[in-house]
Write a protein that binds this ligand. Structure first.
Ligand SMILES: [Zn+2]
Ligand SMILES: [Zn+2]
Length: 359
């Protein structure tokens, strides 16, 4: 009896200590594996309120593949309590994550007034060395360390209260080759300007949480997930993520859908949904979406019987639809109402491109 009690207590401690890993079901796309990442989070080492290991446990519990710890270089309100240097938070997280199947990327947030605002530098070697009053020197040093650099929350009202402006300083930074990505989504906030700039200037589209407190206080509903960046990698490793970021193979996954470059989101949609004829003679078909992507579509051609009705392809759902007798699948287009490649630019694909499954 006593033995059982001890065993029970040991097991309880064990299950508390190791967070259960949620499995995120987002498909790979042709030629690439898909990784779910959050590249912007804070700890007590800047203005966050959690120890770095908490960020690792949270990410494992939520099923992420990689995170970056990006404490502010210049803003450290707990500095008198946290005397360590500016590399310490990601070192702690990285060591803790080493045998837990989570990649932790060394990062920092270069924190300047607008212009040019805040920038995350990822894959850095030494944050202390990047610290510099002059944003030019800071960004140059980060770039010299081989960093992938993104402009964070360009539309943050504290810094851009009236309109989201691309300043001359951003042109300078971009022309120097010191800006490779842009935060299209920061937490729940989508920046339409950032989406347009990403398309115009071939910047990687990034979606992050910019989390400061513990995720336990977030009011996620059970079907929701954190804002994250889907990265399409040739190899599932830190180097694979870096290569994919520099080549812009990303999409942003947030509460209301997915935002990314047109070829990427098209491939993602086509890898997510299949179509099955139920009774082809009478025009009855079935969509199957086995993924965690909550997709909403409209069949965009009037030959579809009730063409104005939005179809919900919820995660794991099978959704039937009917086209009138005589109409062919080839005539019908699909508009995905919550996958965007640009502002007011939902993804459109011909229905005939969706992979048919005959069984
Ligand atoms: Zn910031
Ligand atoms: Zn931040």
């Amino acid at each position: 009896m006593k033995k059982n009690l001890i065993l029970f207590l040991l097991l309880s401690v064990y299950t508390q200590a190791v967070p259960q890993r949620n499995i995120i079901n987002v498909p790979d796309i042709p030629g690439y594996r898909t990784m779910v990442c959050d590249f912007h989070q804070h700890t007590v080492f800047s203005d966050g309120t959690v120890w770095p290991t908490v960020r690792v446990d949270e990410a494992i519990r939520e099923g992420l593949d990689a995170i970056a710890i990006t404490d502010h270089l210049e803003y450290r309100p707990h500095e008198s309590d946290m005397a360590a240097d500016r590399n310490r938070s990601w070192q702690i997280a990285k060591e803790y994550a080493a045998d837990r199947g989570l990649i932790v990327i060394a990062g920092t947030e270069i924190t300047k007034e607008m212009p040019p605002g805040h920038f995350n530098a990822l894959f850095i070697h030494d944050a202390e060395h990047i610290l510099n009053k002059d944003f030019r020197q800071a960004l140059k040093t980060a770039a010299d360390q081989g960093a992938f650099i993104m402009w964070n929350h360009p539309g943050w009202k504290v810094q851009q209260p009236d309109s989201t402006v691309w300043w001359d300083e951003h042109t300078y930074i971009f022309n120097q080759g010191w800006m490779h990505g842009i935060e299209v989504i920061n937490g729940p906030e989508v920046s339409p300007e950032a989406i347009s700039w990403a398309n115009e200037k071939s910047l990687a589209m990034i979606g992050n949480t910019d989390q400061h407190g513990p995720f336990m206080f977030e009011e996620f509903d059970p079907d929701d997930h954190r804002t994250s960046t889907l990265v399409f990698v040739a190899e599932k490793s830190e180097g694979g993520i870096r290569e994919a970021l520099f080549n812009g193979r990303t999409a942003c996954w947030y509460k209301h859908g997915v935002i990314g470059k047109a070829p990427v989101i098209r491939a993602l949609f086509l890898a997510s949904v299949t179509i099955r004829p139920l009774d082809a003679e009478n025009g009855r078909y079935l969509f199957y979406n086995p993924t965690d992507l909550d997709l909403r579509i409209t069949l965009s051609n009037t030959v579809y019987e009730d063409w104005s009705k939005e179809l919900k392809l919820s995660p794991g759902s099978k959704t039937s639809f009917k086209i009138p007798p005589g109409a062919s699948v080839e005539q019908i287009g699909v508009r995905v109402n919550n996958m965007f490649s640009g502002v007011d630019k939902p993804l459109e694909v011909p229905l005939s491109m969706i992979q048919p499954v005959h069984q």
